[in-house]
Design a protein around this ligand. Structure first.
Ligand code: ZN
Length: 347
């Protein structure tokens, strides 16, 4: 695993719709490992490698969940809205960075100290719209620097935990972006064309993937993403069997069928490839949540699709944990799948 690349991707800011920093990295990295690369009108980065048919689209979204400035009050405190699904419980006292046009502004999400809480307040779940961002700056300064619509990201630095394990922000889905780059680097001899697409605005409705899939009209598609690591003490086996370190997850269904229902042919091929290449894998039935594949597979007359997801703990919170070996195996599985795509054509 290219640790430096994961680190750069994780530390980069990419709140939905404001993916510039991630886009720059992906454009450069995919440019190195693809025959050509372009940024489309919607902001997706599209790398192309190989030629002819079959064509396959590999999609990894660049955006992350984050915050957006809604209102600056007369004292310089900032109210915000959430971009993407964030549990309000993880917000209080988080360090954030506001990306104003003038500069990046460090700040935190303020809250009442416990000393002042009334009894009923202690029991109450605080909602995000009761919280505020505090820059610590004088109100005049805030009003000069910050504008309604400025995005804010969780301010979390990538950390190597040792033993090939990493902690950082936005692993959903910078992990998928890193897997995409590495898979394209390793893909040498294969039949057909691979489109490596780093998509925009996945967290708010799979939007970049929709426009890209329509334009590229591939024969097959895979989403490369993350999935919930269920190996923490608060999650029972009946809720999730997915463990970190046991290999990438092959999606069997997303969002109880409301998301992607993978093509049986694609899913079977993925399992066969994993078995024959001795790549560890886990079968993952998602109760809720979906990936880019959920929209790609319904594009035009339908595109046979599947998903390869790296298990990550604590997704959609300020920080998460992933294991490098799961990422390595996700790369291997993606590469083997694409190399043997000809077999799908005959099936
Ligand atoms: Zn994701």
């Amino acid at each position: 695993m290219d640790k430096q690349l994961l680190e750069r991707l994780s530390n980069a800011c990419g709140v939905t719709g404001y993916e510039d920093e991630v886009r720059e990295i992906m454009k450069k990295e995919l440019g190195r490992v693809c025959d050509e690369v372009e940024v489309d009108k919607f902001g997706n980065v599209v790398g192309k490698k190989g030629s002819g048919s079959p064509t396959i689209m590999l999609a990894a979204h660049m955006d992350e969940v984050g915050l957006l400035v809604k209102y600056i009050d007369e004292n310089g405190f900032i109210r915000f809205i959430k971009m993407g699904g964030i549990d309000d419980r993880v917000l209080p006292s988080d360090q954030v960075r506001i990306l104003s046009e003038k500069r990046q502004i460090p700040a935190m999400i303020g809250m009442k100290p416990p000393h002042l809480l009334k009894e009923e307040e202690e029991k109450k779940k605080i909602k995000y719209d009761e919280m505020f961002i505090d820059t610590g700056l004088p109100k005049e300064e805030v009003q000069k620097l910050v504008e309604v619509g400025d995005p804010a990201v969780f301010d979390v630095a990538f950390t190597d935990l040792g033993d090939g394990r990493f902690m950082g922000k936005a692993f959903d889905n910078r992990v998928g972006c890193a897997v995409l780059v590495e898979a394209m680097r390793q893909l040498e001899s294969f039949q057909g064309t691979v489109y490596a697409v780093a998509t925009t605005q996945e967290e708010v409705g799979l939007k970049g993937a929709r426009t890209a899939a329509y334009k590229l009209d591939p024969d097959y598609a895979l989403s490369l993403d993350t999935t919930i690591g269920g190996d923490t003490p608060d999650i029972g086996k009946h809720e999730s069997t997915i463990e970190l370190g046991k290999g990438p997850c092959i999606t069997v269904v997303e969002s109880s069928g409301r998301g992607m229902v993978p093509s049986p042919k694609v899913k079977r091929h993925m399992i066969n490839v994993a078995k024959e290449a001795e790549i560890p894998y886990q079968l993952d039935a998602w109760k809720s949540g979906m990936t880019d594949a959920a929209i790609i597979y319904m594009t035009r007359e339908g595109i046979p699709s599947g998903g390869i997801c790296v298990p990550a703990r604590y997704i959609h919170s300020p920080r998460g944990i992933v294991f490098g070996n799961d990422m390595d195996n996700a790369v291997k599985l993606t590469v083997e799948f694409v190399k043997r795509i000809g077999e799908l054509e005959q099936a």
